[in-house]
Ligand binder design. Structure first.
Ligand code: R5P
Length: 290
């Protein structure tokens, strides 16, 4: 079956890179608004019987989610076989009722995303717990990419800044045969504030490499970096798959002891600071779609 790649407006850069690697055509879409602000999309290519990959990064605003849902529906009605490629799964951290009266937002989102697609590929979703709400989704974890970035740095301890990211640090440590892996206990007080406890006195290696799935406010990374600096780390590197960088996160990270931050291009970076380096995840996604 012929392959074609479509994308929501904020995902087109990464989609183009993947399309190039697969030698596939990028589908044409008309994006517009009705006078009252409602979204309008229209698929302009003939997709009948085609294998279509629809890329979307679900960062706020909700606009991105809506564009994906509408495009998936348009493609389905045009008789394509649709695979959604969600490069960043927003709302995935809201995967349980933490306080009475709250929704399980990812449960709601899973229904919306799966409504018109045949299957979904989620690129490094926050936690495996989110996956239980999906029926057609598969997660891909870019551990090889993380390892290839870490490999360029010598004498590092791999650090998970909380318990779930310890698994990530261990997986990368295993790929690199690096036995220096550690984690911190983190308690999230609010969306903006985290508490981190550690009895780390002295780090065993010269450098530290913090690995996480995402950076939002930067609070987690800054807390971990402060502890590592105090424990004698000369350089503190960070790699996260998704650079959300909410509010003034980049400015705060710039002032923190972090030496360098690597993120992938699952989310388009519009602001840049000298410490930030974007590494493309296009190869990993292309391999999955081949
Ligand atoms: C949390 O469980 C995630 O793995 C990240 O550590 C967290 O979402 C990062 O958020 P922030 O940058 O706001 O601390």
């Amino acid at each position: 079956m012929d392959k074609m790649i479509f994308a929501t407006e904020t995902s087109s850069d990464l989609a183009k890179k993947v399309a190039k690697k697969l030698n596939s055509k990028i589908g044409k879409v008309k994006f517009d608004h009705f006078p009252d602000g409602e979204l309008y999309v229209r698929v302009l290519d003939d997709v009948k019987g085609k294998n279509v990959y629809l890329f979307a990064t679900l960062t706020p605003p909700t606009h991105n989610i809506m564009q994906f849902v509408l495009l998936a529906n348009a493609l389905k009605h045009a008789h394509a076989h649709v695979t959604g490629v969600i490069t960043y799964t927003g709302y995935a951290r809201q995967d349980r009722v933490s306080h009475p009266g709250e929704p399980i937002s990812i449960e709601v989102l899973s229904k919306l995303l799966e409504m018109s697609v045949d299957r979904l590929i989620l690129v490094d979703p926050h936690d495996h717990r989110a996956l239980r709400f999906f029926k057609k989704a598969k997660a891909i974890r870019p551990f090889d990419l993380l390892a290839s970035v870490v490999k360029n740095h010598k004498d590092v301890t791999l650090v998970g800044p909380d318990v779930p990211s310890f698994e990530r640090a261990k997986a990368v440590g295993k790929l690199l045969k690096n036995p220096h892996v550690m984690f911190f206990f983190k308690h999230r007080k609010t969306g903006k504030e985290v508490k981190m406890v550690s009895d780390l006195k002295k780090i065993k290696t010269k450098n530290a490499f913090i690995l996480d799935d995402m950076i939002s406010t930067g609070g987690t990374i800054i807390k971990a970096a402060n502890i590592l600096k105090k424990a004698g780390a000369e350089n503190i590197y960070v790699m996260a798959t998704h650079g959300v960088f909410a509010g003034n996160a980049l400015e705060r990270l710039n002032k923190s002891p972090v030496t360098k931050i690597f993120v992938t291009d699952t989310i388009k970076q519009t602001k840049r600071i000298g410490k930030l380096k974007v590494v493309s995840i296009a190869d990993i996604i292309a391999k999955e779609l081949r």
